[in-house]
Structure formats: structure tokens, C-alpha cells
Design a protein around this ligand. Structure first.
Ligand code: KG4
Ligand code: ZN
Length: 381
């Protein structure tokens, strides 16, 4: 089965064509047009500019993908597009384009949840068939989420951020220090020259059974050190150290909570995705922690960590192949929820209930296990 996927949930226009085979789903061609340079002067994404850019890009990128593999458009079996969550105006462009294309080709149109795409992207990027159950970590500019994935449409939220997303914290700290958008890569460059132990910065929610995240205290602490230290603004070494300490604090929390989530869910696999996973310090620490715990870490190369259409096309293709009810795909939903059971999808709703019961059983089991309940060694602010 060949599926053409379109992703326009924010500031990247992405198109991909995937093909399923008995062992995995392969990407036949994919293109991504990033708008980072366009939005950089504004310090963040300007929705109207993003919308216009998607509108300009899509009619160029779809033929480009088909030309790359030398196939006509009617060689596609289905068209998929991101349904949500994301910027409404951006979603509308990709979704409407996909609907029109599907209609013109008389092929099915499938709406895909962007977060489900992120959960799946480490698998497709590594040419692996998706293997449930696993714990998924999504850390991007809009989300920081730990998910127990039991099957298609059967997701249990283990933890999420109560304030800023991890990528948002990178972006805000970078802005404070005067670096351009997006902040993550800039902070990483500065951090490489600094001492991560130089500043004692806070880590959120140290309790081992709390899998939520909070980055606003950390951000405030960075602001405090920056504004109270005139040396900082004059001497770049201080900024290197502050970036290194900030990055270490974010990495520590993401790694610790991910490993806690894997232990609590009693799974063997951790699949990680989202723009923050481009960060090499985070990738390295995750590899070390997973190796020590005997956990199978599935991490994509950076192209698949940020938004891409391979994950959207691949999710649709795998769900269609698995016989999971695809989303109807007749409208966007900027607040689409990964966890709310769709009343029209009885199977999925039943799966969700089973997942919730399983989680509560695991909680009871976890309470008896001292390894899972003892407090971690954390620095408290
Ligand atoms: O997944 P993504 O491309 O878009 C969203 O769906 O949000 O993630 C973008 C986020 C930005 O906040 C950016 O600063 C962050 O990912 N990011 C990084 C790195 N590269 C991108 N954060 C830390 N280190 C990086 N190397
Ligand atoms: Zn994303």
C-alpha cells in the first residue's frame, strides 16, 4: 500500500510517500520546506505567514515527491494529512489540499493525529515495524508528553508538562540571552563550551511516581542568575556555563522521568521524538540510561525528530494495514486529543478502558516495589 502524507501543523511544509511491506514501512520519497528563516526575525511562528507559505509550497512539493520516485499520482492508495493538534490556519491548508487530492483521485483520505505521528516516527525512521507496548516521549516546542502506547488508538497519558514545553523553555531562555529563534540549537552550541555544574538550577517534580514536567521554575532561575549577574552579560564564559547548566537540568528531568515511565509501565521499549530530541546531550544521556537499564531505545535521526510527513503517511499506512479504524478525515481539530476515546470508534474506546485498568493495576504493583517508589537523587530548589 502506498500512502501520500502531508504535514502542515506549524511552520514546516512536509510531503512524503511511503510504502508498506511485510516487515516495515518504507519512505519512498520525502521533502520538507522549513520556514525557520522566515519567522526568525519575529522570534516565533507568525501564523498568517506560515499559512501563506504552506499554500505556496504544497503545489510544488507534492509533484516533486512523485517526480523523485517517478510514479503517477494515481499510484497512491490513500492520502493522509495532519488533522491536529496544531495551528488551525496551517492545518487547514494541508488538510484541505489532501482532501481535494483524495477526491480528485477517488482515493480514501485519512486524518492523522500529529502526536500519534510523533510516537510512530522513531519506528519508521529506523525502518522498524511498530512494536506495542512501548513508552513514547515527545519533547517539542509545543508538547512534553510521556505516553504508554498499548496499541493503535490505545494510549495512556503517563505525564505531561504543567506549564512550558521543553522546547518552549529552550526558546524562552535563548530569547532572554539574546539568541535567535529557535533557541534549542543555539543553547546547545553555547552549552558545548560551558560547565554544566556551574549553576545549581532546579529540577521539577522530584517524586519518583510523578511523571509530570514543569519548566517555568527553571526558566525563572535562569532569568534570576542572568539579571542579577552583570558579569554574565559582559563575559561569554558565564553565558556558556549558564546554557550548559540549563541544558543539563532539562536533560536530567527528561531522562529521569522517561526511565521512571518505562519502569512504571513495565515495558522494554522507549521511543523518543520531537524537536528537542535533536539535542545531542539528551540523546547521549538517554542512550546511557537505556543501556544501563536494558531498555530498547528507539531514537530517530534528527530529520525525523522534528515535524515531518513520513510519520504522518506512515501512521496512516500502518493503521490501514493493521485494520485499525482510520480517522474519517473530514475536518481539522487544532486541539485534537490523543487520549479521548472517539465514541464512534468502539474498539478504540474499549482499548482505552483496558489501558486505564492496566495502569491502575500497575500502580498497585509499583507501590510494592521499593525500586519504583524510593525517591530519586535530585536537586531541589
Ligand atoms: O518538533 P518541533 O520541530 O516542532 C514542534 O512541533 O514544536 O520542535 C521544535 C522545538 C523548538 O522549541 C526548538 O528550540 C527545539 O525543538 N529544538 C531543540 C534543538 N533543536 C530543536 N531543543 C534543544 N536542542 C536542540 N538541538
Ligand atoms: Zn511536532
Amino acid at each position: 500500500m502506498r500512502v501520500l502524507g502531508i504535514e502542515t501543523s506549524c511552520d514546516e511544509t512536509a510531503v512524503a510517500l511511503v510504502e508498506t511491506n511485510p516487515w516495515s514501512t518504507d519512505i519512498l520519497a520525502q521533502v520538507i520546506s522549513s520556514q525557520i528563516e522566515l519567522h526568525r526575525p519575529y522570534g516565533g511562528v507568525v501564523p498568517e505567514m506560515a499559512t501563506r507559505e504552506h499554500l505556496r509550497n504544497l503545489p510544488l512539493l507534492v509533484p516533486q515527491v512523485m517526480k523523485e520516485i517517478n510514479l503517477p499520482l494515481d499510484a497512491i492508495d490513500a492520502v493522509a494529512a495532519t488533522e491536529g493538534p496544531g495551528l488551525a490556519s496551517s492545518l487547514l491548508i494541508g488538510h484541505s489540499y489532501a482532501r481535494a487530492l483524495a477526491l480528485a483521485l477517488s482515493k480514501p483520505m485519512v486524518g492523522v493525529n500529529h502526536l500519534e505521528g510523533h510516537l510512530y516516527s522513531p519506528f519508521i525512521a529506523n525502518r522498524r515495524a511498530v512494536e506495542f507496548p512501548f513508552v513514547g516521549l515527545i519533547a517539542s516546542g509545543g508538547h512534553t508528553l510521556l505516553v504508554h502506547a498499548l496499541g493503535w488508538d490505545r494510549y495512556v497519558k503517563l505525564g505531561s508538562t504543567v506549564d512550558d514545553a521543553a522546547g518552549e523553555a529552550f526558546d524562552k531562555v535563548a530569547k532572554l540571552l539574546g539568541f535567535p529563534y529557535p533557541g534549542g540549537p543555539e543553547i546547545e552550541k553555547m552549552a558545548a563550551k560551558g560547565n554544566p555544574e556551574a549553576f545549581g538550577l532546579p529540577r521539577s517534580f522530584p517524586e519518583r511516581d510523578n511523571l509530570n514536567f514543569s519548566f517555568s521554575g527553571l526558566k525563572t532561575a535562569v532569568r534570576f542568575f542572568y539579571e542579577k549577574s552583570p558579569q554574565m552579560q559582559a563575559d561569554p564564559v558565564w553565558a556558556y556555563d549558564l546554557c550548559a547548566s540549563f541544558q543539563k537540568a532539562v536533560v536530567d528531568v527528561l531522562v529521569r522521568k522517561s526511565m521512571q515511565a518505562v519502569a512504571q509501565a513495565r515495558v522494554e521499549r522507549l521511543a523518543v521524538s520531537g524537536g528537542v530530541l535533536c539535542n545531542n546531550a539528551l540523546r547521549l544521556e538517554l542512550e546511557v540510561a537505556c543501556y544501563a537499564a536494558g531498555v530498547d531505545l528507539i531514537v530517530a535521526d534528527p530529520t525525523f525528530c522534528t515535524d515531518n510527513a513520513g510519520m504522518i503517511a506512515g501512521t496512516a499506512a500502518e493503521k490501514l494495514e493493521a485494520g485499525a479504524a482510520p480517522r474519517v478525515g473530514d475536518d481539522i481539530n487544532p486541539n485534537l486529543d490523543l487520549f479521548a476515546p472517539d465514541p464512534e470508534q468502539g474498539e478504540a474506546a474499549r482499548g482505552m478502558n483496558a489501558a486505564v485498568k492496566l495502569k491502575s493495576r500497575q500502580k498497585q504493583g509499583a507501590a510494592k516495589d521499593p525500586e519504583l517508589t524510593s525517591p530519586g537523587q535530585v536537586e531541589v530548589w
